[in-house]
Design a protein around this ligand. Structure first.
Ligand code: UDP
Length: 316
């Protein structure tokens, strides 16, 4: 089995590449190192075929040839996913989401490959339904600072659905809820990396707003198990987007408490203004994944945070 992982040098891509190699897959990575890092795949460099490719402009016609030949499966993970990173260059984010998936759909058509696309809980926006099942259509500000990502990912879902409907292609969508773990960049900017780095440096942890907003945090290995289960699913059993995330919900203030227990340190908190359109709540309904994939997360937040803190200790 030959897998293409776009974004394979990024946080989740690095986990996925390793899991695929463990399954004896041949792996090609396309990554333009916009947020991904070469150091993330150095340890497996000899086993993979890496190309510095930008999916906005990599079409089936000009795509680099892999030494492993045609692709059997494409995992499209390329896109900045942390709010400060995806907002830094919103046009880039939109193009990566929209033009990128169009290129990957055409590529999968040409190779006869199955395509798994990384969508996001951001398609639900600031949800007015809680928790969020896949049947919820979302509450997204079309012109806000998050819309380059949210609407980009929504547009990507829509073209994927049309490739299934009109071209009968094998395209599967999964919606990733907040995920954390090893291979995150220390400057990633998301809450768990910011908190871990601050705690390790002995600095106050930055809480945006009053800390009453909630998120539900999934450890990376759990998420990858879900993606692989979706990839293994017989085609006829796929019936639309699947939420992948951990349904244990915490306020950001509670997250500080969990980190205090894990680090064994009393942490000072510094408050900053809440960014615009920051979702007030988020928790996945994962019944579809449980039923169709037989999947559910195994790693509790304390355990995952312990491992993640140890990883960041070696990074900073
Ligand atoms: N947040 C925070 N401190 C940080 C980074 C984020 O309090 O240093 C908050 C942020 O406002 C949001 C939640 O933590 O309510 C999760 O933010 P993150 O950027 O990790 O991901 P999001 O779920 O917003 O995409």
């Amino acid at each position: 089995m030959h897998a293409l992982v776009t974004g394979g040098a990024g946080f989740l891509g690095s986990h996925l590449v390793r899991s695929l190699l463990q399954r004896q897959a041949q792996v090609t990575i396309w990554d333009n190192l916009h947020t991904g890092r070469e150091k993330n795949f150095l340890a497996v460099r000899d086993q993979i075929d890496f190309h510095n490719a930008d999916i906005r402009f990599t079409t089936p016609e000009n795509a680099p040839t892999s030494r492993f030949g045609k692709f059997d499966v494409i995992f499209n993970l390329a896109c900045p996913a942390s709010p400060p990173h995806y907002q830094k260059d919103p046009v880039y984010t939109w193009e990566t989401s929209v033009l990128g998936i169009h290129n990957m759909l055409r590529l999968s058509e040409m190779h006869g490959a199955k395509l798994l696309h990384a969508s996001t809980s951001e398609v639900y926006g600031d949800p007015s339904v809680h928790p969020q099942p896949e049947t919820y259509w979302g509450n997204v500000n079309t012109v806000g600072i998050r819309s380059c990502y949210d609407e980009g990912k929504r547009a990507a879902e829509s073209i994927c659905a049309d490739y299934v409907r009109f071209k009968k292609q094998d395209v599967r969508l999964f919606r990733i809820f907040n995920t954390y773990g090893e291979y995150m960049h220390p400057d990633d900017g998301r809450v768990i990396s910011n908190f871990c780095v601050a705690a390790l440096k002995g600095e106050a942890v930055p809480v945006y707003g009053d800390g009453t907003q909630t998120r539900s945090f999934c450890y990376a290995s759990d998420l990858i198990a879900g993606i692989l289960a979706l990839s293994d699913l017989p085609r006829e059993k796929y019936d639309g987007p699947i939420n992948l995330g951990n349904p244990s919900e915490f306020t950001i203030a509670e997250l500080v408490g969990v980190l205090e227990r894990v680090s064994g340190k009393k942490l000072a908190v510094k408050h900053f203004p809440l960014p615009a359109d920051d979702p007030k709540v988020r928790r996945p309904v994962i019944e579809r994944a449980q039923k169709i994939l037989g999947w559910q997360p195994q790693v509790a937040l304390e355990e995952g945070l312990k491992r993640t803190l140890a990883y960041f200790a070696g990074e900073i």
